[in-house]
Design a protein around this ligand. Structure first.
Ligand code: MN
Length: 220
């Protein structure tokens, strides 16, 4: 069983003008592909283990060579994070699609959707170097966390279950926004696919389960 890059669920230009065509093509066709290649190389002797298990459990297995564990952490995280990221964006969705229960939790834990966005944006801008910002459900409470590199809420230990994530590596925005990460982050909210965010929330985080990304990068 080898890992593969899922096709984008929309055209390269579908998120214009908020995420431009060139960025999407480079990001999906080359950056994501590189993580998948690295992950396949690192797991030649670890066939059949799910991506979720690899990045949450296998990387902690000290009987495995540290080099292999590090490669799985970086490339497995890259495959997981990007497979999810493509599905969290779609210009056709609007905030009206947000699940009522998820919205209630956001209001309970952040006062309002706008306050959640503010906290998320501040965290995104504050990531030093490359990483991600996440809305997670942890012990039934929503919170914002950040992870360095291709780390993920699942390999932090604890019970952080991803709900929403944003890539703030320079490759995600620099071609279009150059140094203006804040502008990228602010405008990214225009392409959040609240329909998929809600679907995955109900199917996974709300049930106390991490989102399962399949070998081919699809999510059921
Ligand atoms: Mn990326």
């Amino acid at each position: 069983m080898t890992f593969s890059v899922p096709p984008l669920p929309y055209e390269y230009d579908a998120l214009e003008p908020f995420v431009d065509t060139f960025t999407m093509k480079e990001h999906h066709d080359f950056h994501h592909k590189a993580y998948v290649t690295g992950l396949n190389n690192a797991t030649v002797n670890l066939q059949g283990i799910s991506l979720t298990e690899l990045i949450s459990k296998t990387i902690l297995d000290e009987s495995l060579d540290l080099k292999i564990r590090t490669a799985i952490r970086n490339h497995g995280g890259g495959h997981y994070n990007h497979s999810l990221f493509w599905l969290l964006m779609n210009k056709e969705s609007s905030v009206n699609d947000i699940d009522s229960e998820l919205l209630e939790l956001i209001k309970r834990d952040f006062t309002s959707l706008d306050k959640m966005k503010d906290e998320f944006n501040t965290a995104a801008v504050g990531v030093f170097g490359s990483g991600w910002v996440w809305l997670v459900l942890c012990d039934k409470k929503l919170k914002i966390i950040t992870t360095p590199n291709q780390d993920n809420p699942l390999n932090l230990g604890g019970n952080n279950l991803p709900v929403l994530g944003l890539d703030v590596w320079e490759h995600a925005y620099y071609l279009q926004y150059q140094h203006e990460r804040k502008k990228y982050v602010d405008r990214w909210w225009n392409v959040v696919d609240w329909k998929n965010v809600s679907k995955f929330f109900k199917r996974y985080a709300k049930e106390g389960k991490p989102i399962e990304v399949n070998f081919d990068g699809t999510i059921n």
